[in-house]
Design a protein around this ligand. Structure first.
Ligand code: A3P
Length: 296
């Protein structure tokens, strides 16, 4: 209860120019000095780009599509969140990883330049997932309403401005997607898109399998695709975050498994908001060739 009392909407604090939740910034040296193993697999995303989805696909691949094994624990226990630091006695991501058997799967939202050096020194494989900016904004807004450890998002209109300025946890969307894109050929980085996963989950799952240098029978791949559909994951207590402490995630405000669609931004942006956002987007993407689907 004492720890629960200390959990609150943490302010953001800069780490090398990137706003992170205060406990992470205050414990940054623990994250920075994280020791990787060469067989660690990193799943990296800007928040709300499809992290949990790809975590489930990968865990099922590692367990040969065994649904029961993948229900052994909630996502956040099976695949620890590298940089998370909460007030004691909650374990930090680094602490949890220290107790994990290898090969480990690790989640991070860190932008490229904040990823602990040991990960690159050990040539770890990284799966990066990017989501189109407007849907990512919508998803993050609803998440910040229900996640009681991140700053209050304010109104949707206020949130758009904050998002454009990058004044949200883990910083600007644009720096994040561009940072990994620029480095993807210098490291073992598989760069995926949420929209591709929605359009052809099987093809993208096979792409992940190839990247991991693994082979699975056709029927197991089909099963993995089925088990990682939005409806399967929404109804799976081990993937839908209902096991997460209730004082941290309030699903009655907005469920973690909210909508899972491409183009929901059209239900949120007014014409004026869209124009404001598109002007910022044009600046971010000037001279950048990341193949985001240009949605309308
Ligand atoms: P929405 O808020 O648009 O519904 P993350 O895991 O990075 O936090 O991302 C969460 C977003 O991915 C949410 O988006 C969530 O609904 C969506 N999502 C989670 N699992 C999904 C799945 N299997 N298929 C499609 N979308 C999924």
């Amino acid at each position: 209860a004492a720890a629960q009392a200390k959990l609150r909407r943490f302010p953001l604090k800069l780490v090398k120019g990137v706003p992170l939740m205060e406990p992470i910034a205050d414990g940054w040296d623990i994250v920075e000095n994280f020791q990787a193993f060469p067989d660690d697999l990193i799943i990296s995303t800007y928040p709300k780009a499809g992290t949990t989805w790809v975590q489930e696909i990968v865990d099922l691949i590692y367990n040969d599509g065994d649904a029961v094994k993948c229900q052994r624990a909630p996502t956040f226990v099976r695949i620890p969140f590298l940089e998370i630091i909460s007030p004691p006695p909650l374990p930090s991501g680094v602490e949890m990883l220290g107790k994990m058997p290898r090969p480990r799967i690790i989640k991070t939202h860190l932008p490229f330049h904040l990823v602990p050096r040991s990960i690159w020194e050990n040539k770890c494989k990284v799966i990066y997932v990017a989501r189109n900016a407007k849907d990512n904004t919508v998803s993050y807004y609803h998440f910040d309403r229900m996640n009681k450890t991140q700053p209050d998002p304010g109104t949707w209109d206020q949130y758009i401005t904050k998002f454009i300025k990058g004044e949200v946890a883990w910083g600007p969307w644009s720096d994040h997607v561009k940072g990994y894109w620029a480095e993807k050929n210098n490291h073992q980085i598989l760069y995926l898109f949420y929209e591709d996963l929605k359009e052809n989950p099987r093809q993208q799952t096979v792409k992940i399998l190839d990247f991991l240098e693994r082979v699975l029978p056709k029927d197991i791949i089909d099963k993995i695709v089925e088990l990682t559909s939005f409806s399967s994951m929404k109804n799976n207590p081990m993937t839908n975050y209902t096991f997460f402490p209730k004082n941290l995630f309030d699903h009655s405000v907005s469920p973690f498994m909210r909508k899972g669609e491409v183009g929901d931004w059209q239900n949120h942006f007014s014409e004026q908001q869209r124009q404001l956002f598109d002007r910022a987007y044009a600046r971010w993407m000037d001279g950048v060739d990341i193949p985001f689907r240009d949605l309308l």
